[in-house]
Every structure is written in C-alpha cells, then in structure tokens.
Design a protein around this ligand. Structure first.
Ligand code: BG6
Ligand code: MG
Length: 211
C-alpha cells in the first residue's frame, strides 16, 4: 500500500454507533415534538454534539436558551451512553476485525480521528482500547469536522505528514475535513460516492485492495 498510515473515523466506519447516535437524537426530538428522520440524521455525521443539536433545533418553532441546549445535549448523551453500554467486542463487524488484523501485520501505522468525546468508551466496549497507534478525538480538538484539526492531530501523533496518510470516512463533513487537511480519503457508507474522495469503498475490507 502507498500509505504509511491510515486514520479511521470511528462512528459509522469502525462500528455502527452512528445508529445509536440516531436513536438517541430521535428520542430527544420526539420528546420535544421536532421532526427528525434518518435522512436528516445523515447531516449530523462527523458533526460535533452541539452543532448536531443546532441542526435538530432548526426544525423547532421554539427558541431555546443556552442552558436548555446544554441540558438537551446532556440528555441525548445519556441516552447514547446507555446504548453504548450494551456494546461488546461482538459489535465489531467481522469484516472490520479481519481487515484491521491484516493491516496490523504490516508496518502501516493505524490511528483514530473522531469528533466524538465518547471515543475512549466506545473503543473499550468493542475491545480496541489498546489496538491503535494513536487516538485523536473530540476530547483533544477545538474545531470539529469539517475542520481538519482531528486528522492533523492524528497524523502528528503517528509522526507522518498528511500526504503519507489515508483517511477513512463515512461522513461528507469528514471527507471535506480530510481534503482540507491535505489527506487522500477513502469514503464508505453514506459518503461513499462523495466525488472529493480518492477511493470509494463498498466494504471495509476493500481497503486491502488499495495499493
Ligand atoms: C461523530 C459522529 O463521530 O461524533 C457525530 O459522527 C457525533 O454524529 C460526534 O455528533 C460527537 O459525538 P459525541 O459522542 O461526542 O457526542
Ligand atoms: Mg462517522
């Protein structure tokens, strides 16, 4: 493979926590009487918690205070953490597990670049807490995707330049972040057909065919 490092987004790439984000936001939106569906949820991929809440509240007729918003974000996160608490290493798809194992036998550095503050908890739940060479996440950045900060941090942690790394993303905001940072991007899932990506993955193991 031409890349010396791979930086993976977490939610929706390594594991299906994107579905749990949806369920937790949906519970909040239903309680507040705000229309919200899976299509709208796609706008939240890669986007920070507070920015996601703002997107949801755009469809509300009520204006909420900053205190209300902080409480809503906390409520969503509590629901989300409850769902995450049920996860186990069985929630790591076989295709992902086998591909990560195969990549680990090479000397390619592997890192996480996620906007999520729950990254350490998720990695622990799925048994990958000590798998990656570096983890850059929502706890160590000031700008969320589509800003490239989290990917630049991850590349710095594995001592590689953006040009030496590939970013794997399922979010359009994440593809944008990768390109803005000077990385090549492999797009999967919701972002698979994003024209800005260099590679378009039907499944995670397609990564192994990139030369
Ligand atoms: C990203 C998700 O990985 O993390 C977004 O794609 C989410 O949907 C963001 O809003 C922040 O997550 P958390 O866990 O910090 O609320
Ligand atoms: Mg994602």
């Amino acid at each position: 493979m031409r890349y010396k490092g791979i930086i993976f987004d977490l939610d929706g790439v390594i594991c299906s926590t994107d579905e749990y984000h949806y369920l937790a936001w949906k519970a909040l939106a239903d309680r507040l009487g705000i229309p919200f569906d899976r299509e709208r949820n796609n706008l939240l991929r890669g986007v920070s918690r507070m920015a996601s809440l703002e997107v949801i509240l755009e469809k509300s007729c009520t204006t909420y205070s900053d205190e209300d918003k902080a409480a809503f974000a906390e409520e969503k996160n509590a629901t989300y953490r409850q769902l995450l608490g049920r996860m186990s290493p069985k929630d790591l798809p076989d295709d992902v597990q086998n591909t990560l194992k195969a990549l680990r036998t090479s000397d390619i550095k592997l890192a996480i670049g996620s906007s999520s503050k729950n990254t350490p908890f998720i990695l622990e739940r799925i048994g990958l807490e000590s798998f990656f060479d570096a983890v850059a996440d929502g706890n160590c950045i000031t700008h969320s995707k589509p800003h490239p900060e989290v990917f630049l941090k991850a590349a710095g942690m594995i001592s590689l330049s953006p040009q030496e790394c590939l970013v794997v993303e399922d979010a359009h905001a994440g593809v944008e972040a990768a390109i803005a940072g000077g990385f090549d991007c492999a797009a999967i899932g919701d972002a698979r057909d994003d024209g800005r990506a260099k590679w378009h993955l039907e499944k995670f193991s397609d990564l192994l065919h990139i030369r």
